[in-house]
Structure formats: structure tokens, C-alpha cells
Design a protein around this ligand. Structure first.
Ligand SMILES: [Zn+2]
Length: 343
């Protein structure tokens, strides 16, 4: 007899899909509930956990996760898939960039969470402990907020546990992307936050890192841009998830691995110092040289008051698109260019 899985009030049963909501926090007069689907195969097998929508305007992963939850046929599966397609519903409702607008905390770095802290940490604690740690593998879906555009890639946590790390790398190879970024904690990373900020591209505080360091292989996909759920990036998420399920043996069929990838390393976030209009001179995907002008800040007379230069030889992986540039980092614009070395 295959055991059922219960998350909040939602309980799976072998051979069926169940769709419901999972209460993760209470507000004064309402509660925050996450949509959840549990699709349990008739026979025993591994459990895959999929979490999307941590950033409420990164729609490609959300749409792919919802489509998968709708289309999966439990009677054709071995094992279980748990899907949280929207981990930050208040940001989705309010079209808020990067943060949960209730406490202005970015959930991306809020793990392992804290039941005694503000709401984003409470939600992170619930997602980690009551959902993600039930998985034999975890896939975390992101994809550029609506002021960002990026080159699709997977983060691969490098924990130092060789078996877990190689399994995480295999999960990443299930996604049709050309780049993997080896994600390290701050203590082992050369990544430097932009001057004046503490915002770094390290693995600390992420869901994939918290599960991987507990022995569960994980990867995080970044695919999407500018508040769109375009067919191409939804397919990167969806096709990758189907491949992951074949790789784990949850679905029948041979997975198609994407192993001819380049490795991204030493990510650097580059920010401006002056306020004004941000005029980019480089696109995401551009290969750049150290010292090359990436973009300019103009004043409102059209004069260049700052030229933003690349600190390394590398590639522009991600770029901010808003033309408004503050002189100080904000939650929604802590950087303008995300550049990495390419191995
Ligand atoms: Zn994101």
C-alpha cells in the first residue's frame, strides 16, 4: 500500500491528483494560502517537489508548473509530484517586483525561514519544512522579474557532498539550457555585492541550497523575462520538468540530457552610483571585456554623468530594463548588470 502525503489539509491518494490550498500564514483578517497540487502515482517511487512563483511576476515558471499539475496523469506515474506553482501570492496579486509587499522581504534569500519572524520568513519555513523536505529531489523555478531579462541557465548547488552535488548536476542537465552556474555560499564565493549593498549572487538563503545541504539534490532554473509567459521560456521550464520526471523514473521514457553546457562562475552584480536615466549599451547574452562600457547614466539634460564599466571579462547574464536609476540600491533595483565568467 502506497502511503499518502498530507500537506496542510490536502491529502494525496494513490493513483489520483488532488488540488487545494496550503495555509502558510495568517494576516489580521485573512490568511495566506498557496495553491498546491499533489499527483500521486499508483505505485511507489520517488517524490519530486516543484516550487515556482517566489517572485510574483516571473510568470514562465508559474505557467509551466500549473500546466504540469493539470496535465499529469497519476495512473501513468510511479511516485509523487508535489507542485507549489505560486509561493508568493501577495506579490502576484499586487504585481510586486522581487519582494513580498507585506514585509518588503525578498523570499529568494529568506530560507530556512523562521516561524517567529515576519511573514516571508514564516512562509519560507513552511515551504522548506512541510513541503520541500518531503522530496527526494527539488526543482525551484525562477525567470527574471518584469524589469529583468536573462540568458536561461540553471543554478547547481556545490555543497561539497559529492553524491548530492552530482545528482543536482544531473537534475540541471534535464533542462534545455546552455549554461549552468555553480552556486556557492558567500564564505566560498568570490562574488562581490555592488558597492553600498549586501545583495550578492550567492547560494545562501535559497531554497535549493537549504535542501541540498540537507542531502536532497536540487536545481534552480532561471528562464523568462519582462513579465511575459512566452511560449519559448514556458517550454524550457515545462520540457525540463518532464525530463526530470523521466530521469527520476516517475514517468516512463528516456530522458534527454543537455550536457554540452558551459559553466558560469564568479558572478558579479554591477550597479550605478549616480541617479538619473539608465541607458544600457549592452544586451543580455553579450560577451564583454573588463573595462568595457556596459551602460550610461544620463541626467535630464541628456548629459552622461556616469559610465558603468564591466569589472571582469565575461558575459552579461541578466540586465535590468527600467530606465529609472536611483543613486542608492533598492529591493527592486540593487544592480543593473549581472555578469559572470564563462568557463
Ligand atoms: Zn526570481
Amino acid at each position: 500500500m502506497t502511503a499518502s502525503i498530507q500537506i496542510g489539509d490536502v491529502k494525496s491518494s494513490p493513483g489520483h491528483s488532488v488540488h487545494g490550498s496550503f495555509k502558510v500564514a495568517e494576516r489580521a483578517a485573512s490568511s495566506i494560502e498557496l495553491p498546491i497540487s499533489i499527483i500521486q502515482g499508483k505505485s511507489e517511487g520517488p517524490t519530486l517537489v516543484i516550487v515556482a512563483g517566489e517572485h510574483g511576476c516571473e510568470y514562465s515558471g508559474i505557467v509551466a508548473a500549473v500546466k504540469l499539475a493539470h496535465e499529469l496523469n497519476a495512473s501513468e506515474m510511479m511516485g509523487t509530484v508535489i507542485i507549489l506553482p505560486l509561493a508568493n501570492p501577495v506579490a502576484f496579486d499586487t504585481r510586486s517586483l522581487f519582494v513580498n509587499p507585506i514585509d518588503q522581504v525578498n523570499p529568494y534569500g529568506a530560507y530556512p525561514g523562521d516561524p517567529g519572524a515576519t511573514v516571508t520568513f514564516q512562509i519560507a519555513h513552511k515551504i522548506l519544512n512541510e513541503v520541500a523536505l518531503k522530496g527526494d529531489a527539488v526543482v525551484h523555478l525562477h525567470g527574471a522579474d518584469y524589469n529583468e531579462a536573462l540568458v536561461p541557465f540553471n543554478y547547481v548547488p556545490i555543497t561539497g557532498n559529492g553524491l548530492v552535488d552530482s545528482r543536482s548536476s544531473q537534475l540541471a542537465s534535464c533542462f534545455p539550457v546552455s549554461y549552468h552556474l555553480n552556486a556557492l555560499p558567500a564564505a566560498k564565493s568570490n562574488s562581490v555585492p555592488p558597492v553600498g549593498t549586501t545583495y550578492a549572487v550567492t547560494a545562501d538563503g535559497t531554497l535549493y541550497w537549504e535542501v541540498a545541504t540537507r542531502g536532497i539534490p536540487a536545481t534552480m532554473l532561471e528562464a523568462g523575462k519582462e513579465g511575459k509567459a512566452d511560449k519559448e521560456t514556458v517550454s524550457i521550464h515545462y520540457d525540463g520538468l518532464i525530463n526530470v520526471m523521466k530521469h527520476l523514473g516517475i514517468l516512463a521514457g528516456t530522458p534527454r540530457y543537455h550536457r554540452s553546457v558551459k559553466t558560469l562562475k564568479n558572478p558579479v552584480l554591477v550597479a550605478n552610483r549616480r541617479a538619473g536615466l539608465f541607458i544600457p549599451k549592452t544586451e543580455y547574452g553579450d560577451v564583454v571585456k573588463r573595462g568595457q562600457a556596459l551602460g550610461e547614466i544620463w541626467n535630464f539634460r541628456g548629459e552622461v554623468i556616469e559610465t558603468i564599466k564591466s569589472p571582469i571579462d565575461g558575459m552579461v547574464v541578466c540586465r535590468i530594463n527600467f530606465a529609472a536609476a536611483d543613486s542608492y540600491p533598492t529591493q527592486t533595483q540593487p544592480y543593473l548588470f549581472y555578469i559572470t565568467e564563462v568557463e
